[in-house]
Write a protein that binds this ligand. Structure first.
Ligand code: SF4
Length: 229
């Protein structure tokens, strides 16, 4: 069981959320509007891959399934780093079983710059934390990363991408990642369900997909209120 960027961010919002992802994912209820947003984000990410011209994409799927073959992706990324490929998309790395796939790596004179693509109107702090996680893993894999950028929606169709330099802030999150990633890694493997009291974290920064599971009393109250009406 590895920790990915998504695992890490979900685990930092709530330990129990990450544990449920690993042990009881069928309890998730993803609202349709959230699913639509996730799908739209994937389309934007696909378009952004070509923002610097020709590129090589590292995505490899397991035979007959739409599930990434992370081992094959890591090996393919390594090959392209050794070849000196100019633009590498979905570049995959693993360090002590912790995993990341950077949206775009672009070659420089002394390494690579990293671009994280976000289907959003502007840069949010969460995006910089995401980039900090990617940087942490890639840096531990000894690939020199120079500048770090977030790519968001540009002002119009002629300028579809806006690029913001977040290098200092993103690199500044590496210690925070290191201070938390190992405890999350151990916690997600424990067989017993993590006990966490519901609270603010159930709604911030995103409403949790296990909300109904963790708030059964609230659901019962709502049902009773409906019946009284
Ligand atoms: S509903 Fe709240 S307590 Fe339950 S997993 Fe989600 S964030 Fe954690």
């Amino acid at each position: 069981m590895s920790i990915t960027k998504t695992d890490f961010m979900r685990g930092m919002q709530c330990r129990k959320m990450l544990w449920l992802d690993k042990h009881k994912p069928r309890l998730r209820i993803i609202p349709p509007e959230v699913q639509e947003r996730l799908d739209a984000g994937n389309d934007f990410g696909d378009r952004a891959m070509a923002m610097f011209g020709p590129y090589e994409e590292m995505t490899v799927y397991l035979p007959g399934r739409h599930v990434p073959d992370t081992k094959a992706m890591i090996a393919r990324t390594q090959e392209h780093l050794e070849k000196g490929t100019e633009v590498i998309c979905e570049a995959a790395f693993s360090n002590y079983n912790n995993y990341c796939a950077a949206d775009i790596l672009r070659k420089t004179d002394d390494g690579y710059d990293m671009y994280e693509v976000k289907s959003a109107p502007r840069v949010y702090e969460q995006h910089i934390k995401d980039a900090g996680f990617q940087y942490y893993i890639i840096n531990r894999c000894k690939v020199p990363i120079g500048r770090i950028y977030i790519v968001t929606h540009g002002p119009d169709d002629e300028h579809p991408f806006a690029v913001t330099d977040v290098t200092e802030q993103a690199k500044g999150y590496a210690n925070w990642v290191n201070q938390n990633i190992w405890a999350l890694n151990r916690m997600q493997k424990q067989p017993d369900e993590v006990e966490t009291e519901p609270g603010e974290q159930c709604e911030k920064p995103y409403r949790c997909w296990y909300y109904e599971y963790c708030h059964p009393a609230e659901n019962t109250e709502n049902t009773q209120a409906e019946e009284v009406k």
